[in-house]
Design a protein around this ligand. Structure first.
Ligand code: ADP
Length: 477
């Protein structure tokens, strides 16, 4: 098998490879990917720094053309790249193809943004003087991504970084280098000048840490765990560098007595269990008022019985495997914790065997949970969901907000009054009415509050906040 190499200063380099393993079938090696060293990472940062002056002044038509070409190729290859994504991460093929399509849409959107970047012209407070407010590129951006969206998250960080004239050092998650390598290869062939985008695959402790310790990164955009996010923040403050963090969630979905039961069950099943519950926007707390509680739990349990867990590429599969052995242990440890804490295991909880060796876990539903339990407070990041019974809307809203996190929140109701009140009073960055808490558009802002996020929003035109720096210029004519 040929080694997929790192891209540093426009050259493919590296011979020391690591295997990318399919979590649906651990005998299936998806590919071998080079592991960057500290030295490689430093060279990548130096290359991005050297490329910055020219790229930051490049024409908007050049940026537009490269991003458009990238979008077109990703879309033309969505079946192949969707399969690669499903093989390396374990989400089912329909979700894999959907995520690849979204990556193409993101590149297309930012191709357009390259043409639309505008500033402001204002009169000065002093007569005869004009004021111009413009956005300039930030510099070298470090991009550090997690494993759960192997192509969408790299796309929504790389596309705006390049669109606004920054150069990039990109470190994907160790578990899923395949899709990252593919989009870097596409961008490189689409005509990016040498050093504008550098790929350094490898462990967070080596590659990521070297990026954190570099004085030459003007910004780091990170999605991952809260623990690593705090390290990114501390190192960035040390180096006086801009940073943007997307971390965990413990997203609530409120179900009120007046909800359409079918809508509520579909939304809960989707946001709790699809993509194996491995989405930071997954609902892991279902907060249900007592008038609908038993009917909701019965209907959701019936739905869970129909969910097929299995190999991500099999057409009958609804939910693929957990991403790896470490995550599976975390999930099953939390299931044990839930049982010990006194929640009732209403469905699932067991590992399941399939024809291929993989990390398969049943969708798991706890009932009679309280919001104080660890399974209700800590992010599990698996197909494990708790139902919490409440008396009324007021109690539900208070409980929805009673969490260290604030990424996404949902409500299932047919009441305009409660839907409107919830939208206004939820302490989450994204609020969904009669929809899953997961599943967002590519052209509008994404991000959370409290321990979920730090810094400006990602995606849509709001991305300019992070990827540019504002200049105010005064002219006396
Ligand atoms: P998870 O536990 O979900 O894998 P992490 O926060 O560990 O989340 O990983 C998210 C990304 O952060 C990955 O690309 C990982 O390699 C990287 N990472 C991990 N440790 C560090 C570190 N010390 N410095 C920089 N990046 C890191």
């Amino acid at each position: 098998m040929t080694i997929r190499q790192n891209l540093i200063a426009g050259e493919w380099v590296g011979s020391n490879g690591s295997e990318n393993i399919n979590p649906s079938d651990t005998k299936d090696v998806v590919g071998i990917y080079a592991q960057a060293t500290t030295d490689d990472t430093r060279q990548a940062i130096a290359a991005a720094k050297a490329a910055f002056p020219a790229w930051s002044r490049s024409g908007i038509l050049e940026r537009h053309a490269i991003l458009r070409k990238t979008s077109d190729e990703i879309l033309a290859r969505k079946q192949e790249l969707g399969e690669l994504l499903s093989r390396e991460e374990g989400k089912i093929l329909a979700e894999g193809i959907g995520e690849v399509t979204r990556a193409a849409q993101i590149f297309d959107f930012f191709a357009g943004e390259a043409l639309r970047l505008a500033g402001e012209v204002l009169p000065s407070a002093r007569p005869g003087i004009g004021v111009e407010i413009t956005r300039e590129p930030l510099g070298v951006i470090g991009i550090i991504t997690p494993w759960n969206f192997p192509i969408a998250i790299p796309a929504w960080k790389i596309a705006p970084a390049l669109c606004y004239g920054n150069t990039v050092v990109f470190k994907p998650a160790e578990l899923v280098p395949g899709c990252s390598w593919a989009i870097v290869d596409i961008l490189h062939r689409a005509g990016l000048p040498k050093g504008v985008l550098n790929l350094v695959m490898g462990p967070g402790s080596v590659v990521g840490q070297t990026m954190l310790d570099s004085p030459d990164l003007a910004g780091i955009t990170f999605t991952g765990s809260t623990g690593t996010g705090k390290r990114v923040a501390a190192a960035s403050i040390e180096h006086n560098r801009k940073f943007q963090l997307e971390m965990g969630g413990k997203n609530p979905m409120v179900v009120l007595d007046d909800a359409d039961l079918k809508v509520a069950v579909e939304a809960a099943a989707n946001s709790g269990f699809f993509s194996t519950g491995q989405r930071c926007t997954a609902s892991s707390r279902l907060i249900v008022t007592e008038g609908i509680h038993d009917r909701f739990v019965d209907a959701l349990t019936e739905k869970l019985k129909t969910i097929q867990v299995g190999h991500a590429l099999k057409p009958e599969t609804h939910v693929g495997p957990v991403v790896d052995a470490r995550q599976l242990k975390q999930d099953t440890d939390y299931i044990d914790i839930g049982v010990k804490e006194g929640a009732k295991l209403a469905f699932g909880g067991e590992r399941v065997e399939r024809d291929t060796p993989g990390f398969f876990l049943q969708p798991t539903l706890f009932t009679e949970a309280t919001n104080a339990m660890r399974i209700s407070r800590e992010e599990i990041f698996g197909p494990v969901v708790s139902v919490i019974r409440v008396k009324n809307y007021d109690e539900a809203l208070a409980m929805a907000n009673d969490t260290p996190f604030g990424l996404s929140a949902g409500i299932a109701t047919t009441s305009l009054k409660y839907a409107t009140h919830f939208k206004r009073n939820s302490e989450a960055g994204m609020v969904m009415v009669n929809l899953p808490t997961a599943g967002v558009d590519f052209h509008v802002p994404f991000g959370g509050r409290k321990a979920s996020s730090f810094g400006p929003r990602e995606q849509g035109k709001y991305a300019a906040e992070f990827f540019t720096v504002v200049k105010t210029a005064y002219t006396q004519a």
